[in-house]
Each structure stands twice: as structure tokens, then as C-alpha cells.
Unconditional design. Structure first.
Length: 95
């Protein structure tokens, strides 16, 4: 059961990555956030960091630094180094 739930979480994250790549190629889709959020709700730290990046940059959705920092913090607290770095940059810049 654990293995199948891990595969499911990874599939949401990977689907989000694919949607993001397609979005960057001009093939916009509404499922980008849905897939990342589904993976993040299940504890996928890379999906949390990806959501933080999307909210921080505000490129594919309205910029929301509060949400970005929330996602960064959760992933950083779980030991994900890229999220720790992103969070430190936010703190450095006074957010």
C-alpha cells in the first residue's frame, strides 16, 4: 500500500512538471496547479517547492509571496535544500 501511494503522489508531481513544461511552450493548461496541489497535500516536498516558485514568480498565476513562503517553509522544514535556499532568499529580501 505504501509503494502505491508513493507512486500516486509522484504521478501528481510529474503531471505538474509536464503541465508546467507545456505551459512554457505556449500550451497553457488549468491542471498545472491541480496536480502540484494534489501532490503537495500528500506531502511531496518537490511539489511544495514548485508551488512556492510559481507563487513567488507570479508568472503563471497571481503573485502571492505569503503563499510562496508557506510552501517554501513546509518543504524547508522537511529538509528540502532548494526550499531552504528559496526561503532564505525571501528572508534576505525582507519578505
Amino acid at each position: 500500500m505504501f509503494i502505491s501511494s508513493v507512486k500516486c503522489v509522484d504521478s501528481f508531481y510529474l503531471s505538474g512538471l509536464i503541465e508546467e513544461l507545456e505551459w512554457e511552450m505556449g500550451k497553457g493548461t488549468k491542471e498545472l496547479l491541480t496536480n502540484y496541489e494534489a501532490a503537495a497535500k500528500r506531502g511531496h516536498i518537490m511539489a511544495m517547492h514548485a508551488l512556492g516558485e510559481l507563487y513567488c514568480r507570479g508568472e503563471k498565476l497571481k503573485q502571492d509571496l505569503t503563499k510562496a513562503m508557506e510552501y517554501y517553509k513546509i518543504a524547508a522544514d522537511k529538509g528540502y535544500a532548494p526550499a531552504q535556499y528559496s526561503l532564505s532568499i525571501c528572508y534576505f529580501n525582507g519578505f
